[in-house]
Design a protein around this ligand. Structure first.
Ligand code: NDP
Length: 290
């Protein structure tokens, strides 16, 4: 067996084009503001990519780049200003922040209605409670990839490798919400290969290069690789040993070109949803009936 490759780049492009077409029919440009503090080099690349994708799709997008020396109080004041700006529908605080700023304080300062990263405790709580809210972009992108793979989710045994607030936990909640039987694995999990072998859907989000081996995979499983790691030879690679796994799985997302482009597309999807919800519009983009 050779797995079908789930092309996140193509799927992300399709999703962004669909969002662009909806925006064209809206009569206004949903506003996205990315707040970056300091000079983390990887953040620079991410922020530029987000900005470019947003502008191409017709969003009103801009990056607020604050100096490294920005205090936590100054950052919170900037977030408060964006919260109050009616033209701003989505606010994303790019992580990591400099060490003197508490990420949880910045995340909690964002208006939950504009929290397009879906990291605010209120949105995390809504997701855990099975209520509607803004959902973190990477897990949302994974759900699109699973749909593209044609996976029947209800009843499927899913394993999420990783339990972070931004990927593992919300991922597990989304799969549970889709009626999967979900296992969450982490660094204290006993017999990780055995747990993986039981999975029909495996989502790898540990941040450990190529840790998921070919003999951990149940034949026919769908494998989504969230990890982004710099390999010894300088290339980017995932958490999955791609060449070993591709011969066992039914479908697999590559790194790069899998989850990464979907994350950006879902940031835009969240921003459009936030814009529509904030302005009292509903699907179909008309005013909600009263
Ligand atoms: P974190 O470091 O916050 O979390 C990693 C998780 O993996 C933890 O729960 C940790 O367990 C678990 N873990 C680490 N090592 C092992 C191990 N050897 N065995 C079992 N479990 C392990 O990472 P993130 O969730 O933020 O990110 C995960 C990966 O996804 C990274 O490579 C990151 O770069 C990538 N990423 C990709 C995105 C994309 O758009 N494609 C977006 C966001 C992240 P424990 O809790 O016990 O410590």
């Amino acid at each position: 067996m050779t797995a079908r490759i789930l092309d996140g780049k193509a799927l992300g492009t399709k999703l962004r084009a669909r969002l662009g077409a909806r925006i064209a029919g809206l009569g206004f440009k949903p506003g996205l503001r990315v707040v970056r503090v300091g000079e983390d080099p990887a953040s620079g690349v991410y922020v530029r990519n987000k900005d470019r994708a947003a502008l191409e799709a017709g969003f009103d997008s801009a990056t607020l780049h604050l100096p490294e020396a920005t205090s936590e109080a100054m950052l919170l004041a900037e977030i408060a200003r964006l919260n109050a700006d009616p033209a701003v529908d989505g606010i994303l605080v790019q992580l990591p922040l400099p060490g003197h700023i508490r990420a949880e304080a910045a995340i909690a300062a964002v208006d939950p209605a504009k929290d397009v990263d879906g990291f605010h405790p209120l949105n995390a709580g809504r997701l855990a409670a099975g209520q509607k809210g803004l959902v973190p972009c990477t897990p949302r992108g994974v759900m699109h990839l699973l749909a593209e793979a044609g996976v029947v989710l209800p009843g499927a045994r899913a394993l999420v490798l990783g339990r972070s607030q931004i990927v593992g936990r919300p991922m597990a909640q989304l799969l549970l919400g889709a009626d999967c039987t979900v296992t969450i694995a982490h660094s204290r999990t006993r017999d990780l290969p055995g747990e993986c072998r039981r999975a029909e859907i495996l989502i790898a989000a540990a941040g450990r290069a190529e840790m998921v081996r070919g003999d951990w995979i149940s034949p026919g499983a769908v494998v989504i690789d969230v990890g982004i790691n710099r390999l010894a030879d300088g290339r980017l690679g995932g958490d999955v040993a791609f060449q070993e796994v591709v011969v066992h799985a039914a479908a697999i997302s590559p790194v790069p070109g899998g989850v990464g482009p979907m994350t950006i597309a879902c940031l835009l999807e969240n921003t459009l949803e936030a814009a529509v919800a904030r302005r009292g519009l509903v699907a179909g983009w008309r005013k909600a009936p009263r």
